[in-house]
Design a protein around this ligand. Structure first.
Ligand code: ADP
Ligand code: F6P
Length: 319
């Protein structure tokens, strides 16, 4: 391949810029030309495509968000959108694309590959919910941000002898909630993967109260939701003043951590190595700490187990 494109798609994640930088630098090292595609698949449809050189990705590795911008593109899923995207690839000489995003973006990459534009997916989402990889770019930064935010909430919960019910992101997955919940010493962690009735949460608070504990943190994954309702039930049952907080998009921003910068760089490098060999319709990922790649179809059919042992550890140690 002589020319490849790079785009970021779906929800942004800290570290996406580091991945874009790695793609550009690696591709140029391989003797290829790189085109940036703005706003995910929308940029491909609209022809919002520009040249990237070595210096255009300087001072980027430490920045949150994505300089390529991102979007969710319903039009791309239509025949009309796909045709326009392919036309623009031809027009700009794009022979392969690195797609940085989540599962949805991988599906788009698969469709493009089937239509003759080989794509390689790079896992980018704060949710860490992509089955074909142990790790997704943005997860570490988001976990640390959520932890810092809950630490602050704990200060005021402690001052007021309150219970705080905090919702963290994760879409339908509880990976972010589990890690964050352990890190902040939450009394209970509610995730979509594990049945954990509110009665058990209340019972746990009562048990802790009996040993002298006066303030409580409950971490709830957004896939469970209903934090206001949970807070109301806790207050009614225990008499402890309870507040609900939804952390929201603060978790998606900020400077990427070391882990996100390093993994993003390694994923970006690996993706370009595949395209440079003319290999597409693949995704890169992490398995037992090693960079691996899979066929996209195979990757999309994988299952990612929830770590029930870790959930048990969290429950045992938070009392
Ligand atoms: P993520 O990549 O974070 O999972 P989305 O699910 O929003 O985010 O997907 C990002 C974009 O990928 C969508 O806006 C759409 O353009 C494309 N996409 C999603 N699902 C499909 C699909 N089934 N087929 C083709 N393209 C898809
Ligand atoms: O996939 C990342 C994520 O932040 C999820 O955790 C959340 O459910 C969703 O995106 C929020 O999307 P939006 O930014 O469109 O509100």
């Amino acid at each position: 391949m002589k020319t490849i494109g790079v785009l970021t798609s779906g929800g942004d994640a800290p570290g996406m810029n580091a991945a874009v930088r790695a793609v550009v630098r690696t591709a140029i090292d391989c003797g290829m030309t790189v085109k940036g595609i703005r706003r995910g698949y929308n940029g491909l449809i609209e022809g919002d495509i520009f040249d990237l050189d070595i210096r255009s990705v300087s001072d980027l590795i430490h920045r949150g968000g994505t300089v390529l911008y991102t979007a969710r593109s319903p039009l791309f899923k239509t025949e009309e959108g796909m045709n326009a995207a392919i036309e623009n690839c031809k027009k700009h000489g794009i022979e392969g694309i690195v797609v940085i995003g989540g599962d949805g973006s991988y599906r788009g990459a698969r469709d493009l590959s089937l239509r003759g534009i080989p794509c390689v997916g790079v896992p980018g989402t704060i949710d860490n919910d992509i089955s074909s990889t142990e790790y997704t770019i943005g997860f570490d930064t988001a976990m640390n941000t959520a932890m810092e935010m809950v630490d602050k909430i704990r200060d005021t919960a402690q001052s007021h002898d309150r219970c705080s019910v905090v919702e963290v992101m994760g879409r339908r997955a509880g990976f972010l909630a589990l890690q964050c919940g352990i890190a902040v010493g939450a009394t209970s962690i509610l995730v979509p993967e594990e049945e954990y009735p509110i009665e058990k949460v209340i019972e746990k608070i009562r048990k802790s109260q009996a040993t002298g504990k006066k303030h409580f943190i409950i971490v709830v994954a957004e896939g469970v939701g209903g934090v206001e309702d949970i807070a109301k039930k806790i207050e009614e049952a225990t008499g402890i003043e309870t507040r609900a907080t939804i952390l929201g998009h603060v978790q998606r921003g900020g400077r990427p951590t070391v882990r996100d910068r390093v993994y993003a760089t390694r994923f970006g490098y690996a993706a370009v190595q595949l395209l440079n060999k003319g290999i597409g319709n693949r995704v890169v990922g992490m398995n037992h700490g090693q960079i691996v790649d899979y066929d996209i179809y195979e990757a999309l059919n994988m299952k990612k187990p929830f770590d029930t042992d870790m959930f048990e550890v969290a429950n045992t140690t938070s009392i």
